[in-house]
Design a protein. Structure first.
Length: 276
């Protein structure tokens, strides 16, 4: 990890690795022998709570065809946590590390091992930065990432950002919230990048099917809106960019009415089968 992070550019969202900050182009995954060839269509939206900097940060890697064939496509979302603005530094550094450095990891490594090495490096850097500034409030972040590789997905997760999958009209949460179970501590993270020298990351994998829709969401989206709203929006709006925008707009409207103050970010990935 670098000794410092460049100043954050203004604006609510950044797309790492894409040519523009608007809609990323669809990405064609490498075809496994005898399997289907999938195309990924992306949408994203992010907004800061009133009166504060957006501490959410997401990345959609857009490497060349050879890199996709060898390592897949990485999508990551992080929610920074800090009382003095350092949360955005934590979330941006962690997402940039994953989406950019993943393609430089040793090719024999599995996606889970590569992600684990990178997350441990991010954790070590954040822990050292927090120790170097004892007068600050410290900076940690959550992280939810998906690697789309051929006809498989590989997940890495720590914290309370979430990954959902909509399949056959059923919405399933694929990650576990790493928060304390007590009601008065439900927003207190048990695991986060930069929280402790020993980082425990949740890993999972699974298959990819035609019509799958994946949602990466910060708690400013999933907690404010609830799973029923998420499912209805993803089903009602086939355009992933429109669905992401709908979720973030609805969250901010709800928070404005009920005095909420939480950043809201949604990244939507829709999977389609390409004909041979």
């Amino acid at each position: 990890m670098p000794a410092s992070v460049p100043p954050v550019a203004p604006g609510p969202t950044r797309v790492v690795g894409a040519a523009v900050l608007g809609r990323p182009e669809p990405v064609r995954l490498a075809q496994r022998v005898g399997g289907a060839c999938f195309e990924l269509n992306f949408g994203h939206a992010s907004a800061a709570a009133a009166g504060k900097q957006n501490e959410d940060f997401f990345g959609i890697a857009a490497p060349d065809a050879q890199a996709i064939a060898e390592r897949g496509v990485v999508v990551a979302l992080s929610d920074g946590v800090s009382g003095d603005g350092g949360g955005r530094v934590a979330s941006e550094a962690t997402v940039r590390c994953l989406t950019q450095d993943y393609y430089g990891t040793w090719s024999p490594w599995s996606p889970a091992r590569a992600l684990d090495r990178l997350l441990r490096a991010s954790n070590d850097w954040l822990v050292s930065e927090n120790l170097r500034r004892p007068d600050g409030e410290g900076a940690v972040c959550t992280l939810s990432a998906v690697v789309f590789d051929g006809d498989r997905i590989h997940l890495a997760h720590v914290g309370d950002t979430r990954i959902y999958r909509l399949r056959d009209r059923s919405l399933q949460q694929l990650t576990t919230d790493h928060t304390w179970p007590r009601r008065d501590m439900r927003h207190v993270l048990r695991r986060a990048v930069g929280l402790d020298t020993h980082l425990i990351v949740e890993y999972a994998d699974g298959d990819l099917r035609d019509g799958d829709v994946f949602l990466l969401a910060s708690d400013g989206v999933w907690e404010v809106l609830g799973d029923d709203f998420l499912r209805e929006s993803l089903m009602r709006l086939p355009d992933p960019h429109g669905a992401a925008r709908d979720l973030v707009d609805a969250s901010m409207q709800h928070q404005q009415r009920y005095m909420g103050r939480n950043d809201a970010t949604a990244v939507v990935v829709r999977v389609a089968t390409l004909s041979a």
